[in-house]
Design a protein around this ligand. Structure first.
Ligand code: HEC
Ligand code: HEC
Length: 414
């Protein structure tokens, strides 16, 4: 990790540039899969007399799918995608022996029925945390984890709550002893990693994180009414067969157009994975990304360390390039907008109760130009009451009514 104390200030239209970059990469992804048949479908759909969308709007809509989006295995985790590791990770996720007190597990806060959240304002284990518990759906192929991006891999993010005194309050030693001492866990460990749990506590501990990550990578949210609509558009199905309410269609038009929402909530998972401060939550003391970068730099579990299984060095490059800047203060990771109906309350600190309240906030600001310091005036969105409710209906169409995940019985390990 490089520390540049006098890093050149990336001011001016830094946000505008980052947003443009995200839009370009979304555009490139779009080009890659859009076939000739789809091109024809787009033109036909746009020309249809009842279509409220232009050709360029349809292209934007298609960039939010297909769903589920394919996710490649994680090169930093050698057991990513391996069935035996997923099984071990599933058992560990629900095992209360992962906590110092023996009374809490990952699932105490990331509850499956609640779409892997707790529906509390802020997470609480041994003590209350500062931030809202995020969902664990659709995390595969992410770049940074945690609201502040303090982890650069899903496996290192999964180790943090085990040792945090406010969460599971355990230790690498206790975890390693648990794995070595339990027949079933050590059998599953052997199958996942091809060796007995080592005598070195740290190695066993890190592998526990990698098994937990292998499990979490399998968690994907279900298909929604938006996904069915999007696929109908890509097939060129006539508007009369869309089965997507006109209210949701109007909300979608705002989302990809005037609202500018798709600049940050981009792609199939409705996030570009980057960090911004939209002033949504009034918690102005949260340093967010700025402290996250510092914590990541200090961690011996980051991708620059010895536990990264990617020997090519490619995956570590992003971490190496980081340096904290003043502008990062208060920024948090853009959350996915999928399955929000299951994850109230909203915002990094859970201070917003409803989707209507989130949209009301955006109605009075200029989310895209909020931080562009290039002298251009910000233009608040000034959304009317009807526009706001259209947006809410659209956001609801990105959600299912329940988490499709169900436990699988895998039998005892022999
Ligand atoms: C006490 C409640 C609590 C427990 C227990 C807990 N978490 Fe979390 N989890 C949180 C909160 C709160 C955050 C957000 C932390 C932050 O960004 O500051 C989080 C963040 C995460 C993230 C990052 C998600 C993202 O979008 O980047 C992952 C992954 C995760 N937890 C996995 C786990 C695993 C695996 C366990 C068990 C080993 C676990 N958590 C235990 C509350 C909890
Ligand atoms: C500049 C990037 C950016 C733009 C543009 C943007 N958002 Fe966000 N959005 C964020 C960030 C960052 C958060 C998290 C803020 C926080 O918790 O402090 C967020 C949070 C949200 C949430 C709450 C999700 C949750 O799980 O807590 C919703 C809903 C949302 N945005 C919808 C929208 C809509 C609708 C628009 C367009 C009117 C929009 N966003 C435009 C970056 C953006």
């Amino acid at each position: 990790m490089t520390h540049r104390s006098n890093a050149p200030r990336r001011t001016a239209s830094r946000l505008a540039l980052r947003i443009a970059g995200a839009a370009i990469s979304a555009g490139c992804a779009l080009m890659a899969w859009s076939s000739l048949a789809e091109e024809n479908a787009i033109t036909a759909a746009a020309k249809s007399a009842t279509s409220i969308f232009t050709e360029s709007e349809i292209r934007r809509i298609l960039s939010h799918g297909p769903w589920p989006a394919p996710a490649p295995a994680d090169p930093t985790n050698r057991v990513s995608g391996k069935r035996e590791a997923i099984e071990l990770g599933t058992h560990l996720f629900f095992d209360q022996r992962l906590s110092g007190s023996g009374t809490l597990s990952c699932a105490s806060c990331h509850v499956p029925e609640r779409n892997w959240t707790d529906n509390r304002r802020r997470g609480a284990g041994m003590a209350e945390l500062e931030r809202n518990t995020p969902t664990l759906s659709n995390l595969a192929a992410g770049r940074w984890y945690g609201w502040d991006g303090a982890a650069d891999s899903l496996w290192s993010q999964s180790l943090r709550p085990i040792v945090d005194s406010r969460e599971l309050a355990s230790s690498p030693r206790q975890i390693a002893q648990l794995i070595r001492g339990d027949d079933q866990l050590s059998c599953r460990y052997r199958k996942a990693f091809g060796a007995q749990p080592a005598t070195d506590d740290e190695t066993v501990f890190v592998n526990v994180g990698k098994a937990l990550a292998a499990f979490q990578e399998t968690l994907t949210s279900g298909r929604t009414s938006f996904d069915h609509f999007r696929d109908a558009l890509s097939r060129g199905a006539p508007p009369t067969s869309w089965r997507y309410s006109e209210t949701a269609q109007r909300g979608l038009k705002l989302f990809i157009g005037k609202g500018g929402c798709t600049n940050c909530h981009a792609g199939p998972n409705f996030t570009n994975g980057e960090f911004f401060n939209t002033g949504l939550t009034k918690n102005t003391s949260d340093p967010g990304r700025q402290a996250g970068i510092q914590r990541l730099a200090k961690s011996h579990l980051n991708l620059l360390g010895a536990f990264n299984d990617d020997t090519t060095g490619t995956s570590a490059a992003r971490t190496r390039a980081l340096s904290p800047a003043k502008e990062n203060f208060g920024e948090v990771k853009v959350p996915s907008l999928r399955n929000l109906m299951l994850t109230t309350p909203y915002g990094r600190d859970g201070s917003i109760d409803t989707l209507a309240d989130v949209v009301k906030h955006y109605a009075t600001i200029d989310p895209v130009r909020l931080h562009a310091k290039d002298g251009q005036p910000a233009m608040p969105l000034n959304l009317s009451a009807r526009e706001q409710s259209d947006l809410v209906v659209f956001l609801e169409s990105l959600s299912t009514f329940s988490n499709p995940w169900r436990p699988e019985e895998d039998g005892p390990c022999r």
